[in-house]
Write a protein that binds this ligand. Sequence first.
Ligand SMILES: Nc1ncnc2c1ncn2[C@@H]1O[C@H](COP(=O)(O)OP(=O)(O)O)[C@@H](O)[C@H]1O
Ligand SMILES: [Mg+2]
Length: 491
Amino acid sequence: MTKSFAGVRALRGVDLDVRPAEVHCILGQNGAGKSTLIKTLAGVHRPDAGEIRWDGAIVDIPDPDAGLALGIATMYQELDVVDGLTVAENIFLGHELSRGGFTRRGEAARRTRELLRRLGHGSLSPHAEVGQLSAANKQIVAMARALSHEVKLIIMDEPSAVLDSHEVQNLFGVVRELTAAGIAVVYITHRLEEIRQIGDRITVLKDGRTTATGLPVADTPTPDLIRLMTGRDVANVFPPSSPPAADAPVVLDVRDLSLRDVFEDVSFQVRAGEVVGLAGLVGSGRSEILETVYGARRATSGTVTVADRPLRRGSVVDAVAAGVGLSPEERKSQGLVLDEPIAMNVTLPSMSRFSRGGFLDFRGERAAAREQIEALELRPADPDRPARTLSGGNQQKILLARWLVHGTRVLLLDEPTRGVDVGARAEIYALIRRLAAEGNAVVVVSSEIEEVIGLADTVLVVAEGRILSTLPSSEIDEHGVLDLVMKGTAA
Ligand SMILES: Nc1ncnc2c1ncn2[C@@H]1O[C@H](COP(=O)(O)OP(=O)(O)O)[C@@H](O)[C@H]1O
Ligand SMILES: [Mg+2]
């Protein structure tokens, strides 16, 4: 498939084959050509060259109706549901159920309920106005609409971009049911961890070319995927680590910290300029350790000391006053106020600094936000844009900018690159390193062991709520960590 737009060569000879009942993931950085590829399959764009075979025969797909008639339904990245219409009206838009010239609303509502139930969302009303629904529910409507046709292939363009991790798991449940019914799914994403969970085979696009097509997920290691996506080796993605000087002061001192039934006797120190990484499986207690240090959970015993100041247990206010900042795992539900502008999100913890006698100093707030937007190269560089409209990488930058404005000594980062494009990850890594170089004590939790090792000076291996070992990152690799985790989990 080849397709250019006025000078932009979006697709330069892309190959893709999809089998019945498989989840075929298309992976690629922003601008790689993923959306353009699927729009040529759906009949939205006409390719300049190339052919499409459907069940073995060459077909022409001049418009979306032709795609649907073949059995290809698409959920676009820019969800194309109509806000002013109800759920049922959206689902049957363009193929209204009618008899003798009358639209059959009752029948549409009944069929809608059936489809929603099939998608595990039977509680959604067919009569609800779509404009009032969450992004996740709008997506369900788009999927129900796709299923209201006889489809053999459903294409989903970055459906997880607007979802939190719980909603992503729901979506995966739906995808599994579709494939169990023999329907093929093309799933577009730039998140490697999702591919591991849901994908059967992968096609990778880079700059409008296929760098690999039809790779079985199980046989393809992550570093290979990163290389195919970015053209770079993983090693070059991480900035060189610069361990703190031997006499750098201990900024964060955690002693015998316990949270009943979650973790026990956790002790570690982080010096100014040091990045400590917590490696372990999901559910090992890593996030809870960060949240307890931050005071969002009340420790059952133990102490947290920041620059010689003991923190009050279970007090976020005290932790923040002592210079502790947390960037939570679920940016979308815990960290950002999505509908508010970038500026407000950046200055949120510093509001007291920008209020005078009960009035907000908008100009001061804005100037501080603008300074960070420039320093961190946030895109788009517009303080008035709602946080929701930014990419994962840029949302993460907002959370880091927030603590830069506020001034921190300890930064706790939970999954800082979840949902961040591999290319943008390098920028986040560089930023985290810079924060450390400026004297912060940084603690990073990540499910990607490679990331922990690549980023941290010191690695703490956590399993079942205990720290199993503390090692310089130069002395351990992914296998070593996994071995320790497995031993710790079996014990
Ligand atoms: N309608 C269009 N007009 C002009 N350029 C476009 C259009 N759609 C996509 N492009 C360009 O084509 C390239 C691939 O875009 P896209 O397919 O959206 O990538 P992806 O979905 O992988 O992020 C980009 O350079 C993009 O700017
Ligand atoms: Mg796209």
